[in-house]
Design a protein around this ligand. Structure first.
Ligand code: GDP
Length: 297
């Protein structure tokens, strides 16, 4: 995860740390290299600018350069700004604080990993929050999507809403709500249909589902390998239908980190989870300080 970004930044900081004294020009030179590394990692330009400006100002403006270990202090400033860029201290967990069944609606484009993530999250919520979970697939566009969730549900031991062929997404959502109430389910995960692009038909369907199910969480699942495209998809979704958070999938294969580093600043929405593999337990709560540690090695 983040290997290439981490290598690039590591090289810059080793140089800084290795020097006893630092002057303003050293900092500016290092920041020029950081800028290139971030752009190559596909971090959005405004985010790169803000980051480099903030680090430069703090490193030059304070007594950092006159201190005994200036290199290390600059790296500490970088670490703090990275955490800020990733979403700040602490961690934005799931909000399950509503009258049950609490609805978590999963949205995203086709192939983003949405159905797999729904099953992973179901397992996570049952194990980490100790809740009774049910899942329902509202994807009537892709043949076998509902069947796929059922099979995944069996693998993780979580009930799925029985499939009734020919039903429309909104009707399935209503049926899922009724069934969840009858069975005293705490958390209902709705896996919605994906399309190749964010379009009117997709957003219309999402809004209709949201109206009948009043979700507490609307989580967008996006592929981190898509870099800035992932961030643009998040922006388009959020413009149409307010998200409560983002799940970044395929972080295990993401050497660059552009989506993770740009998402919060560009969309204003927290990354709540990271998908880190194909297995159904490969889902991690997204903790900015831990991710920053990984990037800085
Ligand atoms: P959907 O079309 O958005 O529902 O996508 P799927 O859930 O069917 O996932 C598509 C593929 O991506 C499957 O082969 C998943 O196993 C894989 N996948 C999903 N999340 C991750 C992840 O975090 N890491 C890796 N390596 N693969 C993932």
């Amino acid at each position: 995860m983040f290997d290439s970004l981490s290598d690039r930044l590591g090289g810059v900081f080793d140089k800084l740390r290795g020097r006893g004294a630092l002057n303003e020009q050293d900092v500016r030179d290092a920041m020029r290299e950081v800028r290139v590394a971030l752009l190559e990692a596909d971090v959005a330009l405004p985010v790169v600018r803000r980051f480099v400006d903030a680090v430069t100002e703090k490193a030059i403006g304070q007594d950092v350069l006159r201190s005994v270990t200036p290199g290390q202090q600059v790296v500490k400033i970088v670490n703090d700004e990275l955490i800020e860029m990733l979403g700040g201290e602490g961690q934005e967990g799931l909000n399950l604080d509503a009258r049950p069944p609490v609805v978590v609606m999963m949205v995203g484009l086709q192939g983003s990993g949405k159905t797999t993530t729904t099953a992973k999250l179901g397992k996570f919520v049952r194990e980490k929050h100790g809740k009774k979970v049910m899942m329902a697939s509202l994807d009537v566009n892709r043949p076998a999507a509902q069947e796929q969730l059922k099979v995944l549900g069996e693998q993780v031991g979580i009930a799925t809403l029985p499939i009734v062929s020919g039903q429309q997404p909104v009707d399935i959502a209503r049926r899922a709500m009724e069934s969840a109430k009858l069975q005293a389910v705490d958390v209902l995960l709705l896996d919605t249909a994906g399309r190749l692009h964010v379009d009117e038909a997709l957003m219309g369907e999402m809004k209709a589902i949201s109206q009948v199910s009043t979700p507490t969480e609307v989580l967008l699942v996006v592929d981190s390998l898509a870099g800035q495209d992932a961030v643009n998809v998040a922006k388009s979704f959020n413009d149409e239908m307010p998200l409560t958070g983002v799940v970044l999938t395929r972080m295990d294969g993401d050497a660059r980190g552009g989506a993770a580093l740009s998402m919060r600043f560009v969309t204003g929405k927290p990354i709540k989870f990271a998908g880190t593999g194909e297995k159904l337990d490969a889902l991690e709560a997204f903790v900015p300080s831990r991710v920053a540690d990984r990037i800085l090695g």
